[in-house]
Design a protein around this ligand. Sequence first.
Ligand SMILES: NC(=O)C1=CN([C@@H]2O[C@H](COP(=O)(O)OP(=O)(O)OC[C@H]3O[C@@H](n4cnc5c(N)ncnc54)[C@H](O)[C@@H]3O)[C@@H](O)[C@H]2O)C=CC1
Ligand SMILES: O=C(O)[C@@H]1CCC=N1
Length: 280
Amino acid sequence: MLEDLTIGFLGAGSMAEALVHGLLGAGLTAPDRIWVTNRSNRERLGGFARRFGVHVTPDKAQVVERSHVLVIACKPKDVAGLLAEVGRKTRPGQIALSVAAGISTEALAAGLTPGVQVVRAMPNTSSQIRESATALCGGPGATPEAVAVCRAILGAVGKVVEVPEPLLDAVTGLSGSGPAYVYAMVEALVEAGVRAGLPREVSHDLAVQTVLGAARMLVETREDPAVLRQKVTSPGGTTMAGLQVLSEHGFHEAIVRAVSRAAERSRELGLLLASAPGAD
Ligand SMILES: NC(=O)C1=CN([C@@H]2O[C@H](COP(=O)(O)OP(=O)(O)OC[C@H]3O[C@@H](n4cnc5c(N)ncnc54)[C@H](O)[C@@H]3O)[C@@H](O)[C@H]2O)C=CC1
Ligand SMILES: O=C(O)[C@@H]1CCC=N1
């Protein structure tokens, strides 16, 4: 499905890098089917060319011209500027696949040529190793075929679910930002091990393997996380003592609030484009 399509990345940051890396690693498309552009960092584009063998150019109009699928991969605050520059150079039938947090398909469509098929998605940086947790939705005018193309692109870099658009902010708070919560927990585990006397490297390796093992247990046993937690927790034992401290410090509630605040922030970011000068 993808081999005849040219995919153009408008933005060459962390997310574009993770997607290009994952797409090429999956072998679903070839480097000469990918174009990448950014705002101004030529060195960064050179890095993409050297590392992945993809086409790079500072000429955004050229990327728009050559691509069947345009991946909008700049920060939400930069989407209005990008659309002002090249939005009207798009053509009906092209697919615009946005990964920008919070920006609605309606706001995107308003800055693109009528007839462009807009799909909004929220992958995460684990796309780089083809382990993303991604959700997507088709916007107004996106055909089932356009959504299927985007599913195939994002399916190459992880698991994909389709959700109604209003739920994408919640997805952003949970799985878009989620890797950072896990990394923050690993940072804390490593630091805790060091404070308890372990050499940093040993503490790091044990913490990482613990998270990996726990994630694999969730996937392979399909057991409820609460059941797995109970199996670690002997009555009167060490885990119970540790979990008690987590509970006293509001661990569960802190995670719930973090996801909720991130989802709210996604909605706030959406207002950036809705209120941008020139937005319809
Ligand atoms: N980093 C993450 O974990 C995730 C990010 N996202 C979304 O992906 C988008 C990109 O995020 P990152 O890659 O982290 O940002 P980044 O800051 O690493 O990269 C942004 C890129 O956009 C380019 N850019 C800015 N204005 C431009 C313009 N007018 N024309 C062309 N390129 C332009 C910049 O030059 C840069 O290459 C954001 O909208 C973010 O919400 C979505 C899922 C996860
Ligand atoms: O922090 C952000 O805004 C982006 C969206 C999800 C993950 N990173």
